[in-house]
Design a protein around this ligand. Structure first.
Ligand SMILES: *Cc1c(COP(=O)(O)O)cnc(C)c1O
Length: 395
């Protein structure tokens, strides 16, 4: 018997494999269900029944993707949600009560901040913010019950020193919760670094094909059960077709990420040498901000990066973005296609904005790298020619 623990690529290929449970069919089929008929009254009354009991509580299709993500995270269990945002909000509600304080990094995804500032606040939880790179001990209060991390930060890519933050939070008696979407369960394992709750927007790389919305929360022990109870009380359930698609995406995650990562490195290195670029915000580049932390705590970098341009009028950035052949304009990321997004400057009291120029975020897809480089190159030609000074202003 081969006792070697499997690597992640092997896990993604074999996790929650159907075995003989579904007539030998390799992929867990889509179970559409509301009612589930029980064999007898004893089975119906069995409260410890963890099998299929009612559609809202999940079907074998749901359980397959939950099991697979939990295995990759090294967690007791995983719960899937109808979106990444619902995964985040449900986990926060489970960890916090009225009168508690939540300490959140101010580079967190905007809808996460909005929920905390608005809905969570009406529930009696106060949220304050720490800066990426700051010592959180300065911000902990006697009633701080949870510390929220997101690394790298949304859009400006600041890395967080996860083990240091976890240690400070835990010695204060606070739980830690991380949005790990950028790294995926393959490139960072926060639970192994002591984080209590790890969240993914499955919408991004795990699904990988830009055609579904889903979130996942992985945790251990009592925390996991509390989140499961809350999800159930809120009536959240994830569609079986989407679970099937997420599972299908997960099977190829390791191979896709290798490609995203390789092309992103190529493009990031090329971008860093362009005169129009002030700084490439991609932690895998040796001189990027947060590179040391990335090297220590992450095993890879995915295909999402931001570029801080030298200051230019907005019209020039628009000329660049409007003319791309392959980089589509759109929200989300993690799919097979490349995307570009202009990033508006945001108010963040604790983390300095990386510079004065505009920021464009790129998602590097699965296209041929040379085609993407040619697209970027043509983009810079438009950027340089659109200010009217060169007599080629677009009308
Ligand atoms: C997209 C995203 C989310 C939200 O996920 P949805 O599936 O769109 O609800 C949360 N966190 C990060 C970092 C994201 O990029």
């Amino acid at each position: 018997m081969n006792k070697r623990p499997p690597e992640d690529a092997t896990r993604t290929a074999h996790a929650s494999s159907g075995g003989q449970r579904h007539h030998g069919v390799v992929t867990t089929p889509v179970y559409h269900a509301s009612t589930v008929r029980f064999r007898n009254v004893t089975a119906l009354r069995d409260e410890r029944n963890t099998e299929v009991t009612y559609g809202r509580k999940g079907t074998p299709t749901t359980f397959a993707v939950q099991e697979a993500i939990a295995e990759l995270e090294g967690a007791d269990g995983c719960i899937v949600f109808p979106s990444g945002v619902s995964a985040i909000t449900t986990a926060l509600i489970a960890l916090l009560d009225s009168g508690d304080h939540l300490l959140m990094v101010d580079t967190a995804y905007k809808p996460t901040r909005d929920f905390s500032d608005k809905l969570l606040s009406t529930m009696g939880v106060e949220t304050t913010y720490y800066g990426a790179g700051e010592d959180i001990r300065y911000y902990l209060r006697p009633n701080t019950r949870a510390v929220f991390l997101e690394s790298p930060g949304s859009q400006t890519m600041e890395m967080l020193d996860i083990p240091t933050i976890v240690e400070a939070a835990h010695s204060h008696g606070a739980s830690t919760i991380i949005d790990n979407t950028w790294a995926t369960p393959l490139y960072c394992k926060p639970l192994n670094m002591g984080v209590d709750v790890c969240i993914h927007s499955v919408t991004k790389y795990i699904s990988g094909h830009s055609d579904l919305m889903m979130g996942a929360v992985s945790a251990n022990g009592k925390v996991l059960e509390r989140i499961r109870t809350n999800a159930s009380q809120l009536g959240l359930c994830t569609a079986p077709d989407d679970c099937y698609l997420a599972m299908r995406g997960l099977r190829t995650l390791a191979a896709r990420l290798e490609r995203h990562s390789r092309t992103a490195h190529t493009l990031a290195t090329w971008l860093a040498d362009r005169p129009e670029v002030g700084r490439v915000l991609y932690p895998a580049l040796p001189d990027a901000p947060g590179h040391d932390i990335w090297k220590r705590n992450y095993t890879g970098a995915t295909g999402l990066l931001s570029v801080l341009l030298e200051p230019v009028p907005d019209a020039q950035v628009v000329a660049m973005l409007d003319g791309f052949r392959y980089f589509g304009l759109g929200y989300s990321w993690g799919g097979f296609e490349s995307l570009a997004l202009p990033i508006p400057k945001q108010a963040r009291p604790h983390t300095p904005w990386p510079g004065d120029g505009p920021i464009v975020r790129f998602h590097v897809g699965l296209e041929d790298p040379d085609d993407l480089l040619a697209d970027l190159k043509a983009g810079f030609t438009r950027l340089n020619g659109a200010d009217g000074l060169h007599g080629r202003s677009s009308s």
